[in-house]
Ligand binder design. Structure first.
Ligand SMILES: [Zn+2]
Length: 406
């Protein structure tokens, strides 16, 4: 009895409201103005967004540009800022530039490093010859910095051809004797830009380079190599591209022009080198640009035990998948290295916060890299120590161990 009464009641009220809805002006119904209908599965027309299934509507008024749209989050969640790393860190991907140019600038670098608990800066600036002893004598002259800066040796890939390898290996030997603790940063120019003496593109897996990779194993120099760029840089710069803003700001980062190698071609050439030189340690910069596909990166690292990963400039990918990334860091804890790339002291604490805390939904430092928020991985101390310094010390036996906890 009560049930039927209820039905009658509901039915009656619905009938009473429906004609009213049809007659009322849009504003009185909470802004629902009706929209454009699209077929199921069809995208909304430009300038509109789906408001109900298959129904799209344009926002009222002027739509802000994505550059200006910066909504302020109302989320109240625990905040743990990390100005300093929990353990002394080695920046394996250091670009201190002119800060290793004079005693005065070196003192400024020391101050920045202290404020971040950055214990060691590895200069990864492709330097060779006289520049290495120059930097090392400057560093050695500082009682407080002599154990805190080391240099990687560069390789000159210009005009590879007959006789090139013997010269490159001799230079590498000289650079190692002058104090170089590794090789790098080998730039993305290898694969993308360098031409051989005969004018053809120098492929990353060109056999003429083999003696150099072999020498690195013999000299116990890990090879820090940056190959290609994020795969979106090869995609059309359209509304589906995650890096639309960056590619619009920096058009020279777009690839895929006629005659240019594809992203996958470069990955294949790189992996051929990794596979061929099993005794050489390679550190793939920027996690090999696979941080957006940890399954692929994990497969590659499992298949190639001589490959390590450096995490510079891909924090936006690590921090948007905190659970998968945490599992990945735990699984490959012996093969991951901290590195920052561009030397901006204000940006390092974002790395500490992502790696060390379990904070939720916080801003990244650079909008054009990521339209999303970051989350903390809450890595265990044992993993943090490996990523911050132990793995780097392990692959660069010549780096002084002073100042690092056991
Ligand atoms: Zn770099």
């Amino acid at each position: 009895m009560r049930r039927s009464l209820l039905c009658v009641g509901l039915g009656a009220s619905l009938f009473a409201v429906l004609p009213l809805l049809a007659q009322q002006p849009p504003a009185a119904r909470g802004g629902f103005r009706g929209g454009t209908t699209v077929k199921p599965g069809e995208a909304c027309p430009p300038g509109t967004t789906e408001i109900r299934p298959s129904n799209c509507m344009a926002p009222e008024g002027t739509v802000p540009s994505i550059v200006d749209y910066r909504p302020v989050s109302t989320l109240k969640a625990p905040v743990h800022m990390k100005p300093k790393a929990k353990f002394p860190a080695i920046d394996f991907h250091g670009h201190p530039g002119s800060l290793v140019g004079s005693a005065q600038s070196l003192a400024a670098l020391e101050q920045s490093m202290d404020s971040l608990n950055l214990r060691m800066m590895i200069v990864a600036e492709n330097v060779s010859g006289a520049r290495i002893p120059q930097i090392m004598s400057l560093v050695n002259a500082s009682p407080t910095m002599k154990n805190r800066v080391r240099v990687l040796a560069g390789i000159n890939f210009n005009s590879v051809g007959p006789g090139w390898a013997a010269k490159a290996v001799a230079q590498l030997e000289a650079d190692a004797a002058a104090g170089a603790v590794g090789v790098g940063e080998i730039s993305k120019g290898l694969g993308l830009n360098y031409r051989k003496a005969d004018g053809s593109r120098l492929k990353i897996d060109d056999p003429e380079l083999d003696p150099v990779w072999a020498a690195c194993a013999r000299l116990k120099l890990p090879v820090f190599i940056h190959t290609a760029d994020p795969q979106e840089f090869w995609q059309p710069v359209d509304n589906d591209n995650e890096r639309w803003l960056e590619l619009s700001l920096f058009p020279n980062r777009r690839y895929g022009g006629p005659g240019e190698p594809t992203f996958e071609q470069l990955m294949t050439e790189r992996d051929n080198v990794f596979r061929k030189h099993r005794n050489t340690i390679f550190v793939a910069a920027h996690l090999g640009w696979h941080a957006n596909d940890l399954g692929r990166l994990g497969k590659m690292m499992t298949e190639m035990p001589n490959v390590y990963g450096e995490i510079g400039a891909v924090l936006y990918d690590i921090g948007r998948q905190p659970r998968a990334a945490r599992d990945f860091f735990v699984q490959f804890q012996d093969r991951l290295l901290f590195g920052k790339d561009s030397f901006q002291p204000a940006e390092y604490p974002y790395y500490w916060r992502v790696l060390e805390t379990k904070d939720d939904y916080f801003d990244y430092y650079r909008d054009y890299h990521a339209f999303w928020k970051l989350y903390g991985l809450d890595l265990p101390d044992t993993v943090l120590k490996k990523v911050y310094y132990q793995n780097a010390l392990k692959i660069m036996p010549a780096v002084p161990k002073a100042g690092f906890p056991q």
